[in-house]
Design a protein around this ligand. Structure first.
Ligand SMILES: Nc1nc2c(ncn2[C@@H]2O[C@H](COP(=O)(O)OP(=O)(O)O)[C@@H](O)[C@H]2O)c(=O)[nH]1
Ligand SMILES: [Mg+2]
Length: 273
């Protein structure tokens, strides 16, 4: 009876993309706690597991605010994970709170990426600093930070490319963008958010490690959580990179970026299973 429940719980975790190792590990911790605390009731065991999962995922993080000038936020991640959309939604969210936002179109790899960001800039009422397609992304980022400083912006959000001719090129480029932002403003970028697509599964961990080697990631945006009980891979990303999840994406609209809520995230994994 109890054994069946353990197996069922383990299956829920694996289904949620937590990874086999982490899922087995969590259920093992549960077994030990249940034994030590002499717990047998299914409801209590479920509660304990949720508790362990919450501990594993950790507390949500909040967006950093530079107290002495604009806050520069760089957004990185694999192509298609939702970087540009997240920049747009974040710009809207900040503008709603009365913050002045400047956007930097540092994904110069495709013309469509620049146009996409401009549409988001219009929606959010944020100026978009852009160069031509194919130009140096670091130069765009530099100009965006300078424009943000001279316009007294509260936030400067830098969109970046997720694909280049090779992975090495991309990582070198991101490293350079980060370095050049630091030259435009001391202490910047204050925040480097990694966008993780909740539907990617275990591959997201390898991607995260790769980006973390190029730039110091400070937080995670977990996108495409609408309509999936997955996203459990974020537990592995959080524990490997040692950074919190700050926001989630739950759709393609302006309002579809929300602060991360560990409790709600864990409940959803069990609700939808
Ligand atoms: N359902 C859903 N779609 C999203 C979300 N975030 C981004 N997308 C979609 O994913 C696709 C890729 O997004 P984009 O921002 O262009 O990704 P980028 O290549 O990382 O900049 C677009 O069609 C977006 O509308 C989300 O939270 N939920
Ligand atoms: Mg993009």
């Amino acid at each position: 009876m109890t054994e069946e429940l353990y197996e069922e719980l383990e299956a829920i975790l694996i289904q949620a993309d937590l990874g086999v190792e982490a899922s087995v590990g969590l259920v093992e911790t549960l077994r030990q706690r249940a034994k030590a605390e002499k717990i047998k009731a299914a409801e209590e065991l479920r509660w304990l597991l949720k508790d362990e999962l919450k501990k594993l995922i950790g507390e949500p993080g909040v967006l950093i605010k530079n107290p002495s000038g604009p806050t520069v936020v760089m957004i990185v991640g694999v192509n298609g994970t939702g970087k540009t959309t997240s920049v747009g939604k974040l710009a809207y969210h900040l503008a709603e709170q009365g913050q002045k936002v400047v956007l930097g179109a540092a994904d110069t790899f495709r013309a469509a990426a620049i146009e996409q960001l401009e549409i988001w800039g219009e929606r959010a009422g944020a100026a978009v600093i852009r160069h031509q397609m194919g130009s140096d992304p670091a130069a765009v980022a530099f100009d965006a930070v300078q424009a943000g400083l001279s316009r007294r912006a509260d936030y400067i959000l830098i969109d970046t490319a997720g694909r280049l001719h090779t992975q090495t090129n991309l990582m070198q480029e991101l490293e350079k963008v980060g370095r050049v932002i630091g030259r435009a403003m001391d202490g910047a970028p204050h925040e480097i958010l990694l966008v993780v697509d909740a539907t990617t599964g275990q591959n997201a961990l390898n991607q995260a490690k790769l980006f973390a080697k190029a730039v110091p990631i400070t937080g995670i945006i977990l996108t495409k959580l609408d309509g999936t009980a997955k996203g459990g891979i974020v537990a592995a990303v959080v524990n490997t990179l040692r950074v919190p999840v700050k926001f989630i994406g739950i759709g393609e609209g302006v309002e579809d970026l929300k602060p991360f809520d560990t409790e709600a995230f864990v409940e959803a994994i069990f609700d939808r299973s």
